[in-house]
Ligand binder design. Sequence first.
Ligand SMILES: C/C(=C\C(=O)O)CCOP(=O)(O)O
Length: 131
Amino acid sequence: MIYKGRTISKGRAMGLALVSKDPISFLGGVDPKTGDVIERGHALYGKNVKGKVLVFPGGKGSTVGSYVMYQLKKNGVAPAAIVNVRSEPIVAVGAIISGIPMVDSLSVNPVEAIKDGMAVTVDGTSGTVEV
Ligand SMILES: C/C(=C\C(=O)O)CCOP(=O)(O)O
């Protein structure tokens, strides 16, 4: 199944889906050294984002989150790609400066349509998500 969405960050990557019903703040939410989700009470608490296609509703701050995403990339523990229901500037900027392909605004709700562990290919250049 191929879903058409909106290009946020160009590039193409594939990986297994890690799906969150909760929005994400990368600052305080994800350890930039390990990629572990460290926000207590978060749907993904204890999981790791490295190499995953990270699917979530959108960001919830902090502005420093863009830089945390860049740190994740530099440390080799970034998600392979990101799919958001609706992106906002913090995660969008983080994905762009880190070279992480990212798409939003699909014709379906990706948090519902994509299940944990599904193989997903994100083409941020064409704005498509294939599951
Ligand atoms: C958390 C901040 C700075 C730092 O860690 O050095 C400030 C970020 O402000 P927000 O209002 O959370 O974007």
